[in-house]
Design a protein around this ligand. Structure first.
Ligand code: ATP
Ligand code: MG
Length: 334
């Protein structure tokens, strides 16, 4: 594309009209199309636009996570520049995109992996925006000879997208020398190197255990250049997450309902098995159950407002408010 018009990321094929919204069409590798004296604006063109859309959706739809959002943007920038270099015919190896996502339960790791897949797909680094999630049981066989085919099948299913290995540290059991998990790690090491062009692996799990896992497997660690840490949410962020979740289901808290939910979170955060945003989601489900029961028992015609409103009564029905403190059998789950 030589001329006075500033060059763009060239994915608009003549005669092919591209839908503006999802599903996102396939993006091809950038071919070297630019001459030495050409100029290229990193913000112009379909690919940067799609990347920006994914990133701004991430900003808007997920509360908090400032450090995570920054890291995802950095990876986006790295890849935009890599594409630009390809278009000028500047040879370099494809960036290694294997990652680790560490953080507590319900901090958004799975959700961000899906957004990451969309972004990498938009940039042409993945053939599909899909995330194939596995845990140890999907990879490790029960008998000799069963592990390799299982692991390879999982890798084949993830090919072209992301293989997301949840609680990856369960693959490593130092106390058992002959654990088949070791075989999985060895296969992953090979495939992560040889299939770099068609597979991105994300290792996910709680921070401290992931650190132990990586320090015990330096070969693996050295193939995972991107580490993204997910912090626990603050009380204020959890309230905002709750508002977002109820709104997305066409509900809302009334003023007392929101105050009650905030109070609920104070209590729930101190309980065992508190799982950040997941606990918020589960608590909202239980509020909906209590709201439904309340409405059914009203025995009078309902307004639209009745149907969308979650009240303090719907929150206060939780066993955290009604039970005697310290009784383990009334602990709120999820
Ligand atoms: N920052 C956020 N804003 C809004 N919703 C969020 C946020 N983080 C997580 N959620 C929601 O909380 C739920 C749990 O998130 P997710 O499954 O991504 O967490 P996770 O870190 O993968 O948890 P686990 O470690 O238990 O697998 C999802 O329904 C997700 O949409
Ligand atoms: Mg998860």
């Amino acid at each position: 594309m030589v001329g006075d018009k500033p060059a763009q990321f060239g994915f608009d094929r003549p005669g092919v009209s591209t839908p503006r919204r999802d599903p996102l069409p396939e993006v091809e590798e950038a071919a070297p199309t630019l001459a030495e004296t050409d100029e290229l604006d990193l913000r112009d063109g379909e690919v940067p636009e799609r990347v920006e859309r994914t990133l701004s959706d991430l900003d808007e739809e997920l509360v908090g996570l400032a450090a995570v959002k920054r890291r995802v943007r950095e990876i986006g920038a790295l890849l935009l520049v890599d594409r630009a270099r390809q278009q000028f015919g500047l040879a370099s190896s494809r960036p290694t995109l294997h990652m680790s996502f560490t953080g507590g339960p319900g901090t958004g790791k799975t959700t961000v992996a899906q957004r990451m897949a969309q972004m990498l797909h938009a940039l042409g680094y993945l053939r599909t925006p899909k995330v194939h999630t596995v845990t140890r049981d999907d990879l490790v066989g029960q008998f000799i000879g069963h592990t390799a085919p299982k692991t390879k099948e999982a890798i084949a299913r993830a090919a072209g997208g992301i293989l997301f290995i949840d609680e990856a540290y369960y693959l490593f059991r130092p106390e058992n020398e002959r654990d088949y998990g070791q075989e999985v790690i060895e296969i992953l090491l090979t495939e992560m190197e040889s299939e770099r062009d068609s597979l991105v692996v994300i290792f996910a799990g709680y921070e401290d255990r992931m650190e132990t896992f990586f320090s015990a497997n330096p070969g693996l660690s050295s193939r995972v250049p991107h580490h993204i840490a997910f912090e626990d949410y603050s009380h204020e962020e959890l309230v905002r997450i709750a508002d977002l979740m109820v709104a997305s289901e066409n509900f809302r808290f009334d003023t007392d309902g929101r105050a009650a939910f905030s109070e609920y979170l104070d209590l729930r955060m101190q309980q065992p098995r508190f799982s950040n945003a997941r606990s918020v989601r589960n608590a909202i489900e239980r509020c909906r159950l209590r709201q439904a029961k309340r409405l059914v028992e009203l025995h009078h015609p309902l307004t639209r407002d009745d149907l969308v409103t979650l009240t303090a009564a719907d929150v206060h029905g939780s066993s955290l408010f009604t039970a005697e403190p310290g009784r383990p059998d009334v602990e709120e789950r999820g």
